[in-house]
Design a binder for this molecule. Structure first.
Ligand code: GAR
Length: 198
């Protein structure tokens, strides 16, 4: 008997190109996960319309409408209760969580970051890599823990940093790899080939 597909909610803040890569991958009949909803922390996140156009449930809660991080997370949790995801995939979701939220989802929440973690956490990682004089960069898909851009790595893909690269040209090169790495990492998690051990 085939295993039921794992239910995945995607959280975004922007254009959602990684979200789109996950949605496309999940269309394959043998992909082990299905996308059950896309949530954004702002009403104008471009990815919301793309997801809705694919017939996927969407919701947004503007974080500025909530007096505290916890209040926002309670609103998010209410949406998640409806969607009943097994896993959460952060795809350009630019809000930090409380430790209570990350602990609740420990081992079940993934993020993609455009750097070879543990190098270059936080904002502008592509520029950080260029400024550091690195010869290569890439992307990391990792489990989310309380520390920003920390948590055990599931997989990385590498790209060269070329002479004359800007944050934009390097970012575009990395993004191509993100779109390969993220569906692959999510499939590994959904098949039980990786688990949290941190
Ligand atoms: C991606 O490059 C992702 O790795 C990055 O934001 C971009 C979102 O693009 N995430 C982070 O920097 C998280 N620390 P997308 O909306 O097109 O997927």
């Amino acid at each position: 008997m085939t295993e039921p597909k794992k239910r995945v909610a995607i959280l975004i803040s922007g254009r959602g190109s990684n979200m789109t890569a996950l949605i496309e991958a999940a269309k394959a009949p043998d992909y082990p996960a299905e996308i059950v909803g896309v949530f954004a922390n702002k009403p104008d996140a471009g990815g919301l319309q793309i997801a809705a156009g694919q017939g996927i449930a969407t919701a947004w809660r503007w974080h500025k409408d909530y007096p505290s991080r916890t209040g926002f997370e309670l609103a998010l949790s209410d949406v998640l209760k409806l969607w009943r995801p097994d896993f959460i995939a952060l795809a350009g979701f630019m809000r930090l969580f409380t430790p209570e939220f990350t602990e609740k989802w420990q081992g079940r929440m993934l993020n993609v970051h455009p750097a070879l973690l543990p190098l270059h956490k936080g904002l502008h990682p592509q520029q950080q890599a260029i400024d550091a004089g690195d010869s290569e960069s890439g992307c990391t898909v990792h489990f989310v823990t309380a520390g920003t851009d920390e948590g055990p790595t599931i997989l990385q893909r590498r790209v060269p940093i070329l002479p004359g690269d800007t944050a934009e040209t390097l970012g575009a090169r990395i993004l191509v790899e993100e779109h390969i790495a993220y569906p692959e990492a999510l499939a590994m998690l959904a098949r039980g080939e990786v688990s949290f051990a941190g």
